[in-house]
Design a protein around this ligand. Structure first.
Ligand SMILES: NC(=O)c1ccc[n+]([C@@H]2O[C@H](COP(=O)([O-])OP(=O)(O)OC[C@H]3O[C@@H](n4cnc5c(N)ncnc54)[C@H](OP(=O)(O)O)[C@@H]3O)[C@@H](O)[C@H]2O)c1
Length: 285
């Protein structure tokens, strides 16, 4: 029998995880929840999902949407402040949260579940190729290995690769290696396209060549280290090593490390901010 997955939020990350996700389609009865039902309907249409919209009851005292999570799996895909927009009733089976900046302790203030998973996917979930770090916490005395291998891993692996970390703080660290770094790589791709144009290629030629270079690079990186790749094409006194020397001289390596650190620190600060801020005011739809 299919289990129920309630996805809270209908933004880019929810779309990346759910679109063309055959595992979710096969194992879950899918429900989309959010503060605006019409946005949830549009989302289902845009992503061509076999899903329905959670028609939430509004709690008269708070004006918040009430979501019944009893026995269900929940995927939290809003911004962290979104936790304040809902009243979650009951105890879920599992909570999966992609919220950068919301710790398990913070999530537990709003929802209870047999197990909680924090995950940091990246937008390559669209192509079912996300690199996703995850950390899980089991509240009940249930069989941890069984939940990990029968529930958590299959779900996360349905949109890419799952890398388990044993310390929750490392979820924020993975913003450096995967969460944000697709944007950094996109900047590098853009720069190389510009470089091709500067050297006389037209825009289409330059884009086509850079795109395929990234595809080839990913395939090579699957079985070689970055150093092996670098030295394989750097002949002594040759062309490539001259370009690499310029990159090193201008501190590209240090700049990338600093950029990743700045992004990571921002998420760490958000955790501190949200954990000390009890009354976030959700914006109106
Ligand atoms: N994009 C990435 O590459 C990436 C990677 C890792 C983790 N994440 C995390 O994924 C989460 C979603 O990111 P996204 O890229 O999908 O963002 P997005 O496209 O901007 O979507 C944000 C979603 O959150 C909802 N939301 C925002 N504020 C809310 C509030 N106060 N109350 C209720 N719902 C609220 C929005 O619904 P409304 O339209 O109704 O406001 C929308 O469904 C974030 O927590 C982010 O940290 C994203």
């Amino acid at each position: 029998m299919k289990k129920t997955l309630i996805v809270v939020g209908y933004g880019n990350m929810a779309k990346a995880i759910l679109t063309n996700n055959s595992f979710v389609g096969e194992y879950y009865h899918l429900i989309i929840a959010g503060r605006c039902a019409h946005k949830a309907y549009d989302f289902i249409t845009q992503c061509a999902l076999d899903a329905c919209v959670y028609e939430a009851r509004v709690e008269s005292s708070s004006g918040k949407n009430v979501i019944d999570i009893e026995g269900k799996d929940i995927l939290l895909c809003t911004k962290p402040a979104g936790l304040e927009s809902f009243v979650f009733q009951g105890k879920a089976n599992g909570i999966y949260s992609v919220l950068a900046g919301a710790s398990i302790a913070m999530i537990q203030k709003h929802l209870s579940a047999s197990f909680m998973v924090r995950l940091m996917p990246n937008i390559a979930a669209n192509s079912k190729l996300s690199a996703t770090a995850f950390y899980y916490h089991i509240s009940d005395t249930k069989d941890s290995a069984q939940i990990l291998y029968n529930e958590i891993r299959p779900f996360i692996e349905s949109f890419g690769t799952a890398v388990q970390v044993d310390n929750e703080a490392l979820i924020e660290s993975s913003i450096a290696t995967s969460g944000s770094c697709i944007a950094f790589l996109a900047l590098i791709a853009e720069s190389l396209i510009d470089a091709g144009i500067l050297e006389g290629l037209n825009e289409q030629q330059s884009i086509a060549l850079v795109k395929q270079t990234f595809v080839g690079f990913a395939a090579e990186l699957a079985h070689k280290s970055p150093s092996e790749l670098k030295y394989a094409i750097s002949s002594p006194g040759g062309t490539t090593i001259r370009g690499l020397a310029v990159l090193e001289e201008s501190g590209v390596r240090g700049t990338l490390i600093k950029a990743a650190h700045t992004a990571t620190e921002h998420a760490r600060k958000a955790i501190q901010k949200y954990s000390t801020q009890d009354n976030l005011v959700p914006k109106k739809c």
